[in-house]
Design a protein around this ligand. Sequence first.
Ligand SMILES: [Zn+2]
Length: 189
Amino acid sequence: MAVNGVQAYPGDELAVIEEYEPVGDYFIEDGQIIASKVSIVNKDKSLKQIHIRGLVRKYVKVGDTVLGQVEYVQKPFAHVVIFKVNEEKLHGDLKAMLYFDPYLRVTPFNEGAIVRAKVIGLTAGHLMLDMQDDKMGVLEAWCPYCGGPLVKRGKNMLRCLKCGKNSFMRLAPDFYSGNSKKINRSNIF
Ligand SMILES: [Zn+2]
């Protein structure tokens, strides 16, 4: 059963039709209300309505540029929570998978990094992203060893101001270094 503001994928069972009146992007099968798109779901218990808002159709399409934060890495993908699409804030987090070259010696970003990426497709209900374009890459990240602030030390090379270790990441041309004004999610929002 879905709770408020959660993300649903196509085929997810959201509620039974006896309990809620569905509004938005859905279909009905065996008395179940089922998401037809990647959606944000909200239930209104007093009105007995379930609102299913398809995110992909409304907000995200192939070719769009998104900002997100890397949740975890599972070669050759990173799971990313998108919070902005084409500079527009999303109402609710949208998850996506960011592809990277599995033959790279090191993963080109780390968990927690804020990345800019391009939407390249939708596969089995998952948004697929990549960073091939020159403008794409890591916008802000923290040291993978100690969590300290990182400064740019060359093309795709960063150095930690706290522990002094270097790390390789695929950097966006406008990477925010630890010396510049920090961005955080509240600024981005
Ligand atoms: Zn460090």
